[in-house]
Design a binder for this molecule. Structure first.
Ligand SMILES: *Cc1c(COP(=O)(O)O)cnc(C)c1O
Length: 387
């Protein structure tokens, strides 16, 4: 393997500012949740604007769990989720004893189909969890309207969606119950592990802050008993250990500052792929209307029916040419746990099946140079044109 010039599928973009801030954090001595985490929350909320509050956690999975817990989902309840997502979107429902109702995506956005979601509605459904796949917004006007009519919560899985627009507004600022971002190593901003729960709902913020750290309620006694000593605290629920460390927040603060510049680079890379891959036997990723931002976390092409090569062949040939590609996602209806527990059949999810069998995620990240991207383009052309 010529690993020296292998172009990996994804890489985080950690700069000198992040490194200096981490070193400063380590030297100064407060390494778990503290001032840096507070600052990251404040700056993240400020980045989105519109009066949102941000709760920093150690993963998006933790944030989704806290959101689902905060709205009181429990055994017997259901929530609608797209089948074409990472397992975290659905697993948090099982944490609280609720059940997902899996729904197909739509070819126009690769996101949850609002029409199919409406058709899948039952009287046990209390929430919908749309996923902004690849960084393309779901049709949120339809989903919000549908949820409002039926008085159910909307919890957005925005792991791919920093920054993404829907109807001219940033994801995170819509009229939904909560939105959860991920800072996992491969995401558009990265802290290694990390996530942010964002909401304007005071009850959700209060509950999430308590449950993120062992169910310890500091605000309650601080508000009513200012005479309490600093060591005193009260446990009001069996909470979790989901707090973000200041080491992670130190990275996040600078990643967030660089987010606009990261986004500009991703836009450039996506535009060049669009241009140079247009003549190949494949469908390019869906694009939002002109002024709407796509975060371009992923760039997913789908091989055409008349393409002579299979998805697996293309990925293998690209690998032989030193380029890492991936598949997003293995649909949840194909995963043994979900398939067996809910008796799921592939023919119920034709759009997801099609994207899974033909979709290839190409490398798209800020540390790629123009030359790196040329290599991907040339390799793909040669793989698809040979034979
Ligand atoms: C990455 C991802 C998550 C989980 O994020 P973590 O921060 O790793 O917990 C959830 N949903 C989707 C769609 C993701 O891609």
């Amino acid at each position: 393997m010529k690993s020296s010039n292998f172009l990996p599928f994804a890489l985080p973009d950690i700069g000198e500012e992040e490194i200096a801030e981490v070193v400063e954090t380590l030297r100064q001595g407060w390494i778990t949740s503290g001032p840096k985490t507070k600052r990251f929350e404040k700056e993240f909320a400020g980045f989105l604007g519109h009066g949102v509050e941000a709760v920093a956690v150690n993963s998006a999975t933790a944030g989704l769990h806290l959101a689902v817990e905060a709205i009181g989902l429990g055994p017997g309840d259901q929530a609608i989720v797209p089948t074409h997502t990472f397992t975290a979107t659905a697993e948090v429902l099982r944490y609280v004893g609720a059940d997902p109702v899996f729904v197909d995506i739509e070819p126009e956005t690769y996101c949850l189909s609002p029409e199919r979601a409406a058709a899948a509605m039952t009287d046990r459904v209390r929430a919908v969890v749309p996923v902004h796949f690849a960084g393309h917004s779901c049709r949120m006007d339809k989903i919000v309207e549908f949820a409002r009519e039926r008085s159910i919560a909307v919890i957005e899985d925005a792991a791919h969606a920093l920054p993404t627009h829907s109807g001219g507004k940033l994801i995170g600022t819509l009229e939904t119950t909560a939105t959860v971002f991920s800072f996992y190593a491969t995401k558009t901003i990265a802290t290694g592990e990390g996530g942010m729960l964002v909401t304007r709902d005071k009850d959700v913020v209060t509950r999430a802050r308590v449950m993120r750290l062992h169910g310890i309620d500091r605000d309650a006694f601080e508000r009513y008993r200012s005479d309490r000593p600093a060591w005193y605290y009260e446990v009001v629920a069996p909470g979790y250990k989901y707090n973000m460390t200041d080491v992670a927040a130190a990275i996040g603060i600078h990643q967030l500052r660089r987010a606009p510049q990261f986004h500009a680079r991703r836009l450039q890379l996506a535009a060049r792929y669009d241009q140079e891959l247009a003549d190949l036997p494949m469908k390019l990723p869906p694009r939002p209307p002109d002024r709407e931002w796509h975060a371009w976390h992923l760039y997913v092409v789908a091989l055409a029916d008349d393409c002579s090569r299979s998805r697996d062949e293309v990925i293998q040939k690209m690998f032989e040419r030193g380029i890492g590609c991936s598949v997003h996602f293995i649909p949840l209806h194909r995963q043994p746990y979900w398939r067996n527990r809910y008796g799921l059949q592939p023919q119920s999810f034709p759009v997801s099946e099609r994207l899974f069998s033909r979709g290839i995620s190409l490398p798209i990240y800020t540390r790629m140079t123009d030359d790196d991207q040329s290599r991907v383009i040339e390799a793909l052309k040669s793989v698809l044109r040979s034979r």
